[in-house]
Design a protein around this ligand. Structure first.
Ligand SMILES: [Zn+2]
Length: 391
């Protein structure tokens, strides 16, 4: 028989020890957590779009049925390569009231506290279920969770609300920006650099695209509203990577640009995309085709995370306010899976232990006091779900 971790601390150590960098499989972690939850009698379901290399896990503790609360977190972490760590990132080390390790803040501690709490929740003989949603590939654009959400819709009664445990230092976050990421591939025509009149320079077209994105970014910045809760208070753009051409004396035939924008909840991402694709079709492509009718520009979406909108009297936020006694809610610039849950019709709030300032960095850590605050929060939540017929 496996000796399961019992405390939050033991669970944090266990979860961090699985190297679930997004590029790798997360199945060892999922197998372990699923076996534990099944040993408690949980209903467990997996979903995946990635040929069995990775999986989401959706587990229901307590009597299945409609309602209950979803505690949602991602299993993957960002890479440690090239980062100067003072200790092994996959072995939790305690120093100065902190736990160091990759994923301690973002966001294995939240999952760890929820897993440690499961037996106590079941002892309450709950009236409503508590659900755990553990996804893959969040860090590479929230790619995994959509199949989990679709599986709930297909197979299960709808839970009442969703709490996303991303690190907010246990503050309530009810709004975040979206993420829309793209790859634009430009195919021109090569020629000797002395004969540009026979060629179509893909790098030049890429430069024009980048300049246009820069103009859009400046336009959004100028349109910033003074009373916005967001920092910065406008939709931002980034050109993440440009790869083009092969040599000084060859007109570049191919160039690839990876870019994104992060829309405010009130900025329509479809309208922004339409302006860019119109500009490509009406300005960039005709110029590229002057000497090379076969030239092409293709843009494909890499990731799309909807922004999280503040809900009017949302039950998720109301519950967290009641349990924590907090009256304020914040807006953050980072995206979460909450946008996708909300788009699917759920009431969503983000609240979890640890600070986003420590996420993705070398020597990532969580304050032990944050873990304790999360324990109290989830214990109160568990009692509320157990006693609450309306949830
Ligand atoms: Zn995260």
């Amino acid at each position: 028989m496996t000796a399961w971790p019992t405390s939050s601390r033991e669970w944090i150590e266990r979860l961090v020890a699985f190297d679930t960098t997004s590029a790798r499989s997360n199945l060892e972690l999922i197998d372990f957590v699923e076996a534990y939850l099944r040993s408690l009698g949980a209903d467990c379901r997996r979903s995946s779009d990635t040929a069995e290399l990775k999986a989401n896990l959706f587990a229901t503790l307590g009597r299945p049925g409609p309602g209950g609360v979803v505690l949602s977190g991602h299993s993957d972490v960002v890479p440690v390569e090239g980062q100067p760590w003072s200790s092994d990132p996959f072995k939790v080390e305690a120093r100065d009231g902190r736990l160091y390790g990759r994923g301690t803040a973002d966001m294995k501690s939240f999952l760890a506290v929820a897993l440690a709490l499961a037996p106590a929740f079941l002892r309450l003989d709950p009236m409503r279920p508590l659900h755990l949603a553990i996804s893959y590939d969040e860090e590479v654009g929230c790619l995994g969770v959509s199949s989990l959400i679709a599986q709930i819709d297909r197979e299960l009664a709808r839970p009442a609300l969703v709490i996303i445990g991303e690190p907010t230092s246990m503050q309530i976050v009810n709004a975040h920006k979206g993420v829309c990421a793209f790859e634009t591939t430009i195919r021109g025509r090569a020629a000797h650099s002395s004969q540009p009149q026979l060629a179509a320079n893909a790098n030049l077209a890429a430069g024009r695209l980048v300049a246009f994105l820069g103009d859009l970014a400046a336009e959004r910045r100028r349109a910033a509203s003074a009373d916005s809760r967001f920092d910065p208070p406008y939709t931002t753009f980034n050109i993440g990577r440009i790869e083009g051409g092969t040599a000084l004396n060859i007109v570049a035939a191919d160039c690839r640009v990876i870019w994104e924008f992060r829309p405010l909840p009130d900025d329509d991402p479809e309208a922004i995309v339409a302006r860019i694709t119109d500009h490509i079709a009406e300005e960039l492509l005709p110029r590229l085709r002057e000497n090379a009718p076969e030239a092409a520009i293709e843009t494909r979406a890499l990731a799309r995370v909807p922004a999280l909108r503040p809900e009017d009297e949302g039950p998720a936020e109301a519950l967290v306010r009641r349990l924590t006694g907090l009256n304020d809610s914040a807006a953050v610039a980072f995206g979460t899976e909450g946008g996708l849950f909300q788009e699917a019709g759920y009431s969503v709030v983000v609240c979890g232990p640890g600070s986003i300032d420590q996420a993705h960095r070398p020597d990532e850590f969580i304050e032990i006091a944050q873990v304790q605050a999360c324990e109290k929060f989830l214990h109160d939540l568990a009692r509320s779900v157990a006693r609450q017929p309306v949830l």
